[in-house]
Write a protein that binds this ligand. Structure first.
Ligand code: ATP
Ligand code: MG
Length: 669
């Protein structure tokens, strides 16, 4: 275990008041948090049950938990909470759902649920869904600022905001009727609960004796308030952050929160860390030079004694295809030449859409990879179908889930039938699911359709019972067979192979659910909770289940790379309109993009490579690309530009389907 430097040690040992550790990338902020958790448990006698550590992504939470566990002995860590903000919110809602007016098994609506609900409301109320996206964003902003529908209406300016506020109120009522929360509610609802029920807040305050927050620069107003409410009296907390890595303005995160902290907690102690333990001097110089183009509230010096290191390469490629090919072949060559594991390499990009071509190239060369984010798993149709079944099983009020599964597989229930069902359900004030088997429905629908609907409901009722009284995993496996899902998939697949692949995803999802149930430390997780966890994981990262020990090249967006580190980093698509993103150029918010580039650069420990394409296809047209302005802002003496050819000569010779064998042969020579 490495020895902490005196400042880090001071941060770990300081427990007499609120503490902010403000420091640049790789200076050991996260290390301070993990070491401090161990210190609190082992030296201060605080039980792990009373400690809550919060971070931003599931991946980061998982890693942090692993790091802490390695520092603890036996059962010392039992009951420790290391989670994302949203998971913490979910836990609070789960335990207090009745006070908030939710029933157990409530659904969490993802982006597409929210969109379809809003579209539906707008079409019904306003005979059109023009501007639904804009309204969705406004509602989300209000929620992040803790503004409820009534207040939104009171302060709305102009017709657009007024319409949005009315839709907001409608939307919120509908969510309640569906027994559902959206992503923003996971923070908003606990905050409102604590504000309205001091006794409940007290209970939670007593539970949480010490709180730690990583990546503090990315908390938004509602998350900050949640922390503030939970720690208030004792103010026993440590937050760590770096204003230069604030990259979630679009979710309402404000770097000013760092300043706010001093105002709200006058006794706040601030510790700055200056030594970087991650990167070579050159990589650090590059990062520092780039970020010095942003105005600064705090001046931070960052140095490293890891040696100056190799030059930073900038590779110009012919087009996006050549770019991806180049990266794939370089990694392959490096892996074979120096026996470095594939997991040493990370490929970072601005947007998930850039991953596709990279994935294809890695597949062609049989290079294993792990894709975080994107829609690779949870975005698949079959996974969405099943998730909707799960949701409906634990929450029969979830009309959205009902609509998603009612004709999957086809049950010959047409849109007219569904409309009539919906009118009837609204009149009776019950869910679509409930209405499906009500006697009164037959007055509105022909016997054939009532029979189909009630058959569906009775089947699901039985399954539901089984899920709660028997082994839920077995019940779900049976369901897949009962509804003949495989056949449905086969009819909707282009080939038998595609069908097999998709069924593989179905079983994978069931396994993921099984693992979630089994991994629960306390052993009392219900199927409802397991499904909620799965839905939330899907939404937070849309990432694949981590297979233990799986090794491969890491692919992820710059956003998702926060807090992580890799020996070799490739940042692809270093072009104007990609990084910086086009919208940031249009709205003059380049600074946030620069911070994003800073985050990417500071992930690299030893090697850093930028790539960009001279031409790229966009909407079917080939366009000329301009290298990113950020490349100009880097110290030119530390960059090594490589020309137009798309691969080193020796690798070029090894092209073709048998590239792997050829390169092996080449290396043997
Ligand atoms: P980021 O801003 O990117 O989140 P960070 O400040 O959280 O970075 P860490 O991830 O905690 O930094 O640490 C970066 C690397 O430095 C890790 O590999 C960590 O193990 C190592 N490290 C931290 N402190 C020390 C130390 N005192 N001695 C040696 N290595 C250290
Ligand atoms: Mg960190």
């Amino acid at each position: 275990m490495s020895k902490l430097n005196p400042r880090q040690q001071e941060a770990v040992n300081y427990i007499s008041g609120p503490l902010l550790v403000l420091a640049g990338a790789g200076s050991g902020k996260t290390s301070v948090i993990t070491r401090k958790i161990a210190y609190l448990i082992q030296q201060c006698g605080i039980s792990a049950r009373h400690i809550v550590a919060v971070t931003f992504t599931n991946k980061a939470a998982r890693e942090m938990k692993e790091r802490v566990t390695a520092l603890l002995r036996g059962a010392e860590g039992h009951g420790l909470t290391v989670s994302t903000f949203h998971n913490l919110g979910l836990n609070i809602i789960r335990r207090e759902h009745s006070l908030l007016g939710y029933k157990p098994g409530f659904s969490i609506f993802d982006d597409s649920d929210v969109k379809s609900l809003l579209t539906d409301i707008m079409q019904k109320e306003y005979a059109g869904d023009d501007g639904a996206d804009e309204i969705k964003n406004l509602i989300s902003q209000w929620k992040n600022d803790l503004i409820l529908p009534d207040e939104a209406l009171a302060q709305a300016r102009g017709t657009k905001e007024q319409t949005a506020a009315i839709v907001y109120s409608h939307y919120q009522r509908t969510l309640k009727a569906y027994n559902a929360v959206d992503f923003d509610d996971l923070i908003l609802q606990p905050v409102k609960l604590f504000q309205n029920h001091p006794d409940v807040l007290d209970k939670w305050r007593n539970r949480i004796r010490y709180m730690l927050v990583d990546e503090y620069q990315d908390t938004n107003a509602s998350q900050y308030l949640l922390v503030k409410l939970l720690v208030k009296e004792r103010a026993q907390f440590t937050v760590v952050g770096d204003d230069d890595q604030s990259i979630y303005a679009w979710r309402g995160a404000r770097p000013e929160n760092l300043m706010q902290l001093k105002e709200d907690f006058p006794s706040l102690k601030v510790i700055m860390l200056e030594q970087n333990y991650r990167s070579t001097g050159r990589i650090l110089k590059c990062a520092n030079t780039l970020i010095s183009n942003n105005p600064h509230e705090f001046v931070k010096e960052l140095w490293s004694d890891m040696g100056f290191g190799d030059e930073i390469r900038v590779i110009r490629c012919r087009n996006e295809d050549a770019e991806a090919e180049r990266i794939a072949l370089e990694i392959l060559t490096e892996h074979l030449r120096s026996q470095r594991p594939y997991s040493d390499f990370a490929i970072l990009y601005r947007g998930n859409y850039q991953a596709k071509i990279m994935e294809l190239k890695l597949q062609v060369h049989k290079i294993p990879y792990r894709l975080s984010g994107g829609t690779s798993f949870f975005g698949r149709q079959e996974v969405k179908d099943l998730m909707s079944y799960f949701r409906l099983l634990v929450n029969p009020d979830d009309d959205n889930a009902f609509l998603r599964v009612i004709n999957v597989p086809r049950r010959e229930i047409g849109s007219t039938t569904l409309e009539k069902l919906s009118t009837y359900a609204t009149e009776r004030q019950v869910s679509l699911y409930e209405a499906s088997a009500e006697i009164g429905l037959s007055e509105h629908l022909g016997p054939r359709y009532t029979e189909r609907l009630s058959r569906f409901k009775h089947y699901m009722d039985k399954l539901r019972q089984r899920c709660f009284s028997d082994d839920p995993i077995l019940a779900l496996k049976d369901m897949i067979i009962d509804i003949d899902y495989e056949n449905w998939i086969r009819q909707n697949s282009s080939s038998e192979k595609a069908c097999e692949f998709r069924m593989g995803n179905v079983w994978f999802l069931i396994d993921a659910l099984k693992n979630t149930l089994e991994r629960d430390e306390a052993g009392d997780m219900t199927i409802e909770e397991a499904i909620a966890k799965l839905v939330l994981r899907d939404m937070l990262e849309r990432q694949e289940e981590d297979e233990d020990g799986a090794e491969g090249v890491q692919m992820m967006t710059l956003h998702a790379s926060k807090g992580l580190e890799f020996p070799s980093v490739y940042i692809m698509g270093m072009e104007e309109e990609i990084l910086p993103h086009r919208s940031s150029i249009e709205t003059d918010t380049i600074e946030e993009e620069r911070r994003l580039a800073y985050v990417g650069i500071t992930r690299a420990r030893r090697n850093l490579t930028f790539t960009f394409a001279s031409k790229r296809k966009q909407y079917g047209e080939t366009i000329e690309c301009t290298p990113s302005r950020f490349l100009d802002e880097l110290p030119s003496e530390d960059l090594q530009w490589e020309g137009l050819e798309e691969a080193p000569v020796e690798v070029k010779a090894a092209r073709g389907n048998s590239a792997l064998a050829d390169i092996r042969a080449m290396l043997k020579k």
